[in-house]
Design a protein around this ligand. Structure first.
Ligand SMILES: Cc1cc2nc3c(=O)[nH]c(=O)nc-3n(C[C@H](O)[C@H](O)[C@H](O)COP(=O)(O)O)c2cc1C
Length: 340
């Protein structure tokens, strides 16, 4: 058994987290991941066309009805994610009223915007919940640590979904963060989809690793079968960085991604956001919705990481978590036994 600061603090068996994957739903995936002994993380999902605040609450309640294990959630604090301020405030209130939520919701992950508001609010309203923020480059990790977060999710450019403009690899970033902030809990994310990856992440100083694409291609995730089916045959060269709602985004190369154009500069993106109107926002969301509801994998947006080049079959979540960790342990033991 591998014990880390995160397995101990969160009360989980294996040092593996499911990465959040909004706007898609990962409610079933969260239950399956936590049941398997990892930490399932609910996404900031917005595709059901309902009130997103009530919908989030319903998902939290669903999870505690289906598992007694610890779990977490993501809130995207981006400017254009307009429901985030209400969620930051309401989630601790819901916990106070529901003892199961209070006990099981151990991890709140913010991303895509700043960590400060959440850090200040949760330190007061949810002092027992661990607050982590996604950091894609060391200078941004400096800000996360300054803001008082309990931990960092160091996410490199090979990962699926939204990316920063920084383009730093997980390999470099994880080592930088582990070296500069040895006392801060660290999740390494982006590029993990194998036991060898788990072993490498832990060896670099991570307390856990998080995987997104590997879990999409699982029997328990609620992604459309057409989406899942694209992952095993895809190679590591089949993704492309283009412009998404919050900046650069890594998508599978399909008709939509190739027509969508290149990554625009940060300045252009900010100008675009300022001029953003509801029609554009809805058009953007529609691209995810048609994948989610109809499995339209030509005209829809398909976020995946370069890890699709490592994945060649759909697996059970239970298998991914327990087998990967056990094999990672063997790899690390073998390595140690070679040291004279
Ligand atoms: C479909 C999809 C949606 C994503 N949505 C989010 C999100 O809402 N919030 C977030 O912090 N990261 C999001 N990400 C990034 C993941 O949390 C994680 O960094 C990424 O999946 C890691 O790379 P991997 O897919 O190769 O494991 C998304 C990734 C994918 C593949």
């Amino acid at each position: 058994m591998i014990k880390t600061r995160i397995t101990e603090a969160f009360g989980i068996k294996y040092p593996i987290l499911s990465a959040p994957m909004g706007p898609f739903y990962t409610t079933e995936l969260t239950v399956a991941t936590s049941e398997a002994g990892g930490l399932g993380v609910l996404s900031h999902a917005t595709l059901r066309g309902k009130n997103s605040i009530e919908d989030f609450k319903a998902q939290l309640e669903y999870v505690v009805e289906h598992t007694d294990k610890p779990f977490g959630f993501n809130v995207r604090t981006a400017r254009v994610q307009t429901d985030h301020k209400i969620l930051l405030r309401k989630i601790p209130d819901w916990c106070k009223k529901n003892p199961k939520l209070q006990e099981q919701l151990v991890y709140g992950l913010t991303s895509a915007g700043g960590p400060r508001k959440a850090a200040a609010m949760w330190q007061k309203k949810a002092p027992d919940m661990y607050h982590f923020h996604v950091g894609p480059a060391l200078w941004l990790v400096d800000k996360i640590v300054e803001s008082g977060c309990d931990g960092v999710v160091a996410t490199g450019t090979e990962g699926g979904g939204h990316q920063s403009y920084e383009k730093v690899s997980t390999l470099v970033l994880t080592q930088q963060v582990a070296k500069k902030y040895p006392d801060t809990m660290l999740v390494s994310c982006g590029g993990y989809a194998s036991p060898e990856g788990v072993a490498a992440g832990l060896a670099m100083g991570a307390d856990a690793i998080a995987m997104g694409t590997r879990f999409i291609a699982s029997n328990q995730s609620e992604f459309h079968p057409n989406y899942k089916a694209l992952i095993p045959p895809a190679t590591a060269r089949d993704t492309v960085l283009t412009t998404g709602g919050f900046g650069p985004i890594r998508l599978l190369k399909n008709k939509y991604a190739l027509e969508h154009g290149k990554v625009i500069s940060k300045e252009e993106k900010i100008a675009q956001e300022m001029a953003y109107n509801m029609d554009e926002y809805l058009e953007d969301l529609y691209r995810y919705e048609i994948v989610y509801t109809k499995g339209d994998v030509d005209d829809g947006a398909i976020p995946v990481g370069q890890t699709c080049g490592l994945i060649d079959e759909i697996l059970d979540v239970d298998d991914i978590i327990s087998t990967f960790t056990k094999k990672a342990e063997e790899k690390l033991k073998n390595l140690c036994s070679n040291i004279s």
